[in-house]
Design a protein around this ligand. Structure first.
Ligand SMILES: Nc1nc2c(c(=O)[nH]1)N[C@H]1C(S)=C(S)[C@@H](COP(=O)(O)OP(=O)(O)OC[C@H]3O[C@@H](n4cnc5c(=O)[nH]c(N)nc54)[C@H](O)[C@@H]3O)O[C@H]1N2
Ligand SMILES: Nc1nc2c(c(=O)[nH]1)N[C@H]1C(S)=C(S)[C@@H](COP(=O)(O)OP(=O)(O)OC[C@H]3O[C@@H](n4cnc5c(=O)[nH]c(N)nc54)[C@H](O)[C@@H]3O)O[C@H]1N2
Ligand SMILES: [Mo]
Length: 779
């Protein structure tokens, strides 16, 4: 009989309750969540998993030869060390690079430190590794070279900011799910509205509402159209329809629809006149007056593979009722990724229904669990990060370029900039050897700095490219405040277990280093983790009290249960704009939705959305050699690479390896059967996966989600004579291209890649278990 009490906790994939059960945890979702994510159960056996790091580790080559560029990173071994010695070594190296001695003015020593440290880390308002790292680097180095935008949405973020206004408009604004449930006649969903990514929300979610809202809408007669290479990018809903254009051709499909709206005079000219600017510059392109190519449905059919009649029918249906146009992040994580997002906005503007409840446009509704939900009326706790006095930054996905090419020129948002010269990389709470493209190139890039320091709870491939690794606690081993934008509960994250081995909280690691560098007081302000949590909690507590709502003091909150947070009843930004386009103008140059955008034209891209042929698509020359479009989307059973060893993630694998899905027709043509081990390859490398056949995958597409822990091996494919590098665990980022989405955003373009697929005959190389990704020697 287990009579241990349940405690509350939270994660990016949902709030939950848990209690000790043997060496693991028994986990239950909150009763209030109508559709909890199974990913919460990955934590059950994580606390003492063999992949955990229990002691600091230092790379042998770094210990023997000192700091400096080193090609051995990624294939070296690690020595365990006690905390005092490891902290002294790290502090010594930071001091050598200028930490702790800040000039009064002029360049800061942090100008040679990359602290962008992109990654999702864990939920919790205080123990957020990036925030703690940034505060640390600001304290000891006077700042750091940072990163801007996200892997999620760089191309979309940049273009939407310019043509649609601030980022909050494009992601966190109406329509809300309940409006779709009640009012939409049609939802035209580019990239679908997949329940898979909507399991997750940054900072956590206490309720998953999308499935219920879509089911209510469909029962009422709303028609959902899933435009995607995968039909399960939409749940099975009555009346739903699947349209599967060639990946990366959505712009052509939208242009064909736009052409039909023009031809049939179904365009809302009043809306265009009141709320947009530059349609007159776009129309000649649509008609073919500027380039001799009318963007007719037949033209679009040849590019997309969707019959012209279907394109006309979709356009007519969209104009016939209240239509919501939704576009996911995934479409812009690609070459020329700005174009489909911008064109979807133009298509929605031509339909001109933005004023109607349940109609209009959203970007990323289907990409995260916190979209389509009302914002909060109170501010959330927040840790101050201090001031970064280093002005330099990179667009986040240019990490390999930065390390490989100091001083090189590149463009971003129309400006020419130059890469900094980086001597130290400090990463906490991210896994670039999961998230970045062309991972062999990233290995070459990680060979360049003098020193790389990483904090993680587990021995990831990123840790295996570091010089000094500090073992961090898992979220479950510490207390924190769980809260997130658009979520109506604040959750006490109660401790569920003791720290593994000698693992320490990120905060304590930074505090110990700061003290060694003479900056302890500046970093900690004399507070421990609990003291900080109490301090940052006050902001929310006071706001609740001012509104006359229950506002327990911190100790009672941590001992008690979830606290309800009030929702804002302010009309959404777009509602205000639609009510008064002059008084509530959008923060764009024209104050309106920009269909033609002079700023983008000045930055060197066409001034309105256009179809541009990418290099890696099924209609291009490269498809002769690499005939499959790899869709590397977000994984079903985990968040990115986190807790990949958990039971829910492992269930999605076969024989310990990631599964790739393909249409049965393609498999029959290639002589493949379900369960075969297959090699996906292109000029950048190879990945092994286990084949699953599914009619839910478009022909000539292969889906291999991200998240497998990177395990490159030099192998000779059966029947061949030359070795190549192959990830035996099935991480698709050995295959993806490191090119920027465009000269405007330089965003991540990792979603779509061309590959060839063959069967791995004969003896199959074993996958590498999680515990062996980081080669450790006993101390
Ligand atoms: N090909 C391709 N690539 C992609 C994508 C794609 O669609 N296709 N998607 C991209 C997107 S959208 C994203 S957001 C990125 C995600 O990339 P990341 O955010 O880098 O991936 P995570 O696996 O979440 O990495 C988080 C790391 O932090 C560690 N961690 C968790 N909690 C703590 C903590 O408290 N302290 C410390 N020190 N460490 C902690 C985890 O163990 C893990 O190693 O991937 C991108 N990569
Ligand atoms: N379970 C789970 N959920 C997650 C995450 C996770 O790792 N695991 N990560 C979270 C993060 S950080 C982010 S940023 C979001 C990402 O959210 P998204 O980027 O929206 O999610 P993806 O799964 O990458 O892509 C959604 C679908 O887009 C489709 N797609 C790909 N290319 C094209 C195309 O050219 N045209 C069309 N029409 N469709 C295309 C693919 O079939 C894919 O399944 O997900 C979040 N949610
Ligand atoms: Mo993301």
């Amino acid at each position: 009989m287990n009579d241990a009490p349940f405690r509350f906790h939270s994660s990016h994939w949902g709030a939950f309750r848990a209690r000790a059960q043997g060496a693991g945890l028994e986990i239950r979702p909150l009763d209030s969540d109508p559709d909890p994510s199974p990913i919460i159960h990955n934590l059950a056996t994580a606390l003492d998993h063999p992949a955990r790091l229990g002691r600091p580790l230092v790379r042998r080559g770094w210990l023997a030869d000192g700091p400096g560029p080193d090609d051995r990173r990624g294939s070296d071994t690690y020595v365990e060390m006690d905390w005092d010695r490891a902290l002294d070594l790290a502090a010594g190296e930071l001091a050598r690079l200028g930490a702790g001695t800040l000039p009064e003015a002029g360049p800061m020593p942090g100008a040679h430190v990359f602290g962008g440290s992109y990654g999702w880390s864990s939920a919790g308002r205080f123990h957020h590794a990036q925030g703690l790292l940034h505060r640390f680097l600001n304290s000891v180095f006077g700042g750091y070279v940072s990163s801007v935008n996200t892997y999620s949405s760089a191309a979309g973020e940049v273009v939407m900011e310019i043509v649609y206004g601030a980022a909050s408009l494009m992601t966190k604004d109406a329509p809300y799910w309940d409006e779709i449930a009640e009012h939409s006649d049609m939802v035209l969903a580019f990239g679908g509205l997949p329940l898979r990514p909507m399991q997750v929300a940054p900072g956590g979610a206490s309720a998953h509402v999308a499935r219920g809202a879509m089911e209510r809408a469909a029962r009422r007669g709303c028609r959902f159209v899933c435009v995607s290479p995968l039909s399960d990018d939409l749940p099975d809903l009555p009346g739903a329809r699947w349209i599967a254009p060639r990946p990366a051709t959505d712009v052509a499909l939208m242009l064909g629809m736009a052409w039909h709206l023009e031809e049939q005079d179904l365009v809302n000219r009043d809306y265009l006149a009141r709320y947009t600017s530059g349609y007159d510059r776009f129309l000649p392109y649509l008609k073919g007056e500027t380039d001799g190519i009318p963007k007719t449905p037949s033209w679009a059919a040849a590019i997309t593979g969707i019959p012209a009649a279907t394109i006309r029918e979709l356009a007519a249906q969209a104009a016939a009722g209240r239509t919501h146009v939704s576009v996911t992040y995934s479409l812009q994580r690609a070459e020329n990724g700005e174009q489909p997002i911008w064109m979807a906005l133009v298509l929605a503007s031509m339909l001109g229904q933005g004023k109607l409840k349940g109609a209009g446009f959203t970007y990323s509704l289907g990409s995260m669990g916190d979209r389509g939900r009302r914002p909060l009326a109170v501010p959330l706790p927040r840790l101050p990060q201090g001031r970064n006095r280093v002005p330099d930054f990179i667009p986040v996905a240019r990490i390999s370029e930065l390390l490989l090419h100091p001083g090189k020129a590149y463009t971003y948002k129309g400006e020419t900039r130059h890469y900094a010269d980086i001597r130290l990389v400090y990463w906490a709470g991210g896994n670039p050897f999961h998230h970045h493209q062309d991972l062999q190139r990233l290995t070459r890039a990680f060979a360049r700095p003098d020193t790389i320091i990483v904090h993680d709870s587990v021995g990831t491939a990123t840790a295996a490219h570091a010089d000094i690794i500090f073992p961090a606690t898992l979220t479950a081993e510490r207390e924190d405040i769980g809260a997130a934008g658009n979520d109506p509960l604040m959750i006490p994250m109660q401790r569920l277990g003791q720290p593994f081995g000698e693992a320490r909280d990120d905060y304590d690691i930074f505090a110990a280093l700061a003290r060694r560098l003479g900056c302890g007081e500046g970093y900690t302000e004399g507070l421990d983790a609990r003291g900080w949590q109490e301090r940052i909690y006050q902001r929310t507590q006071e706001a609740l009290a001012r509104m006359g709502l229950p506002a327990p003091d911190f100790a009672d909150f941590m001992r008690g249960g979830p606290v309800a947070l009030p929702l804002s009843d302010t009309p959404s930004r777009m509602d205000r704009f639609h009510a008064d386009p002059e008084g509530s103008a959008l923060p764009t140059d024209s104050g309106r939705i920009e269909i033609f955008c002079p700023r983008i034209a000045r930055a060197g891209l066409p001034g309105h959305p256009v179809w541009m042929e990418p290099e890696e698509w099924l209609g291009g020359a490269l498809a002769d050699r690499f005939p499959f479009q790899l869709v590397a989307n977000q994984p079903q059973g985990k968040l990115h690479s986190q807790l990949d060893f958990g039971a829910v993630s492992m269930q999605t694998k076969r024989r310990g390896r990631e599964v790739a899905r393909m249409n049965p027709t393609d498999a029959a043509r290639l002589g493949l059967t379900g369960g075969d081990t297959i090699l996906l390859r292109n000029d950048r490398g190879g990945a092994l996966a286990v084949l699953e056949l599914s009619p839910r995958v478009r022909e000539r597409v292969i889906q291999l989600s991200t998240g497998a822990w990177y395990a490159p091996r030099r192998l000779t494919p059966p029947g061949e004579s030359r070795e190549m590098t192959i990830c035996v665990n099935g991480n698709p980022n050995i295959l993806t291209s490191d090119r920027g989405a465009s000269i405007l955003s330089q965003g991540c373009a990792g979603q779509l890649t061309l590959v060839d697929v063959t069967k791995w005959t004969g003896e199959v190389p074993e996958p590498v278990p999680h515990r062996d990704i980081l080669p450790r020697l006993p101390g």
